[in-house]
Design a protein around this ligand. Structure first.
Ligand SMILES: [Fe+2]
Ligand SMILES: [Fe+2]
Length: 172
């Protein structure tokens, strides 16, 4: 089956993942220039979902929010605050974990992208044209202050994840 919306967003997940992998290929060293590119790519991807894909799907759904909308929004918030923190190998492990779970839920059969694809099928070209024109989201330098990490942990827990618990998981 032809799934242009699914394909576009899934390909973008891969682009974001590849940038993160490249930035962290020599851990504990982190290539900060590459890490900034990852942050810009992730924020731009989130902007596309929050400002374009989800609202278009919601409108096509008679204005009713989609299933699990709340979950995705909370995870977007968690990822956004996590990437505002100056990265360490621990932080990278947490970001990678959340990103993987999040992307899987969007991509799985019958998941968020399939639901959006079906709802927006009259507007596929319009959505893709707008998506291709989106401007990259600028980023501020990540912050080393401890309160920034603490704030990110709280936002993460609101999304249903525990920072320390993720750190204790075996490496994939
Ligand atoms: Fe997302
Ligand atoms: Fe996504």
């Amino acid at each position: 089956m032809n799934k242009p919306i699914y394909n576009f967003f899934t390909k973008d997940h891969k682009r974001v993942d590849d940038l993160l992998a490249q930035a962290t290929r020599n851990l504990p060293q982190i290539d900060m220039k590459c890490y900034d590119e990852f942050r810009i790519a992730l924020l731009t991807h989130i902007k596309l979902e929050e400002n374009l894909l989800f609202p278009t799907a919601k409108e096509a759904n008679g204005g009713h929010p989609l299933p699990h909308f709340k979950r995705f929004r909370l995870e977007h918030g968690a990822l956004t605050t996590l990437i505002a923190v100056y990265p360490t190998p621990d932080l990278i492990k947490v970001i990678s974990h959340v990103l993987q779970k999040h992307d899987e839920a969007e991509e799985e059969p019958g998941g968020m992208y399939d639901v959006c694809e079906a709802l927006t099928k009259e507007k596929t070209d319009e959505v893709l044209q707008k998506a291709k024109r989106v401007k990259p989201v600028p980023v501020h330098p990540p912050k080393k202050e401890a309160y920034v990490l603490e704030a990110a942990k709280r936002v993460l827990s609101r999304a249903g994840y525990d920072y320390e618990e993720i750190l204790n998981l075996p490496l994939p």
